[in-house]
Ligand binder design. Structure first.
Ligand code: ZN
Length: 238
């Protein structure tokens, strides 16, 4: 059972739980600790907060697009998105905490008011894929749960609901396949059928519990996984 098999209400609940999980980690940092590095190279916690704030705004644009039919892309360009984060990271800690809270509320309000018909309306992700507006719930869910770990707050993949872990793994494998990466790689998750990334002969195996394999596949480190026949770096995902 994956995230997409759940009712919309349940999916929204998991997104909101992820937001609360992230927000809770945030309350544990002092303002000056927001200047510290995250687990993402070159990004401080302030960069991450700016990114999540502007990501919510970008998802609001997709929901406006779905509601009105007037095309409003997530971001004008990749460069614009990056500049927004760089500039945002220079804001004060108070301003960034505010940005996070405010944009979370705005996104939630858009979800609550989206007309039932509009959830299936097609919108385009930053990677250029056309998806139904309902996909914004999953897009946000991924962001808040994974970035809570990136904050270097002690949060772990093992804290995620298992349905999130399972859907993350499907997403990552689908992205590898779409982009022709990970040929010959087999993922062996404890208690599940092995996942062959593509049909060619096996060149490497990654084995472990679901949370550890997802962590590795998402590029967040090879911890508690057994790697055979391949280097520790996973294929690129996003
Ligand atoms: Zn992100």
């Amino acid at each position: 059972m994956g995230f997409h098999d759940l009712d919309l209400t349940e999916r929204l609940l998991i997104a909101r739980r992820g937001t609360a999980f992230f927000a809770q980690r945030l309350t544990e940092f002092t303002d000056s600790q927001l200047n510290s590095d995250t687990l993402l190279r070159g990004w401080t916690r302030k960069h991450l907060l700016a990114h999540l704030g502007y990501n919510a705004v970008a998802l609001c644009r997709l929901l406006d697009w779905a509601a009105t039919g007037v095309e409003t892309p997530m971001y004008q360009s990749a460069e614009h998105r990056d500049n927004e984060i760089t500039d945002g990271a220079m804001l004060s800690a108070a301003a960034l905490r505010n940005l996070f809270d405010h944009t979370v509320a705005r996104l939630d309000q858009k979800w609550r008011h989206l007309p039932p018909m509009s959830w299936e309306a097609g919108v385009r992700t930053a990677q250029g894929r056309v998806v139904p507006a309902a996909e914004t719930v999953w897009m946000r869910t991924r962001e808040v749960w994974i970035h809570a770990v990136d904050l270097d707050s002690g949060a772990q993949f093992g804290d995620f609901p298992s349905v999130v872990l399972e859907s993350l793994l499907s997403d990552i494998v689908a992205a590898w396949r779409r982009n022709g990466r990970g040929a010959g790689l087999v993922l062996e998750v404890t208690g599940a059928a092995p996942v062959h990334v593509d049909g060619v002969a096996r060149t490497g195996t990654v084995q472990g519990a679901l949370a550890a394999v997802v962590r590795w596949a998402a590029g967040r480190g090879a911890v508690d996984v057994t790697l055979r026949g391949r280097d520790p770096q996973p294929p690129r995902w996003l």
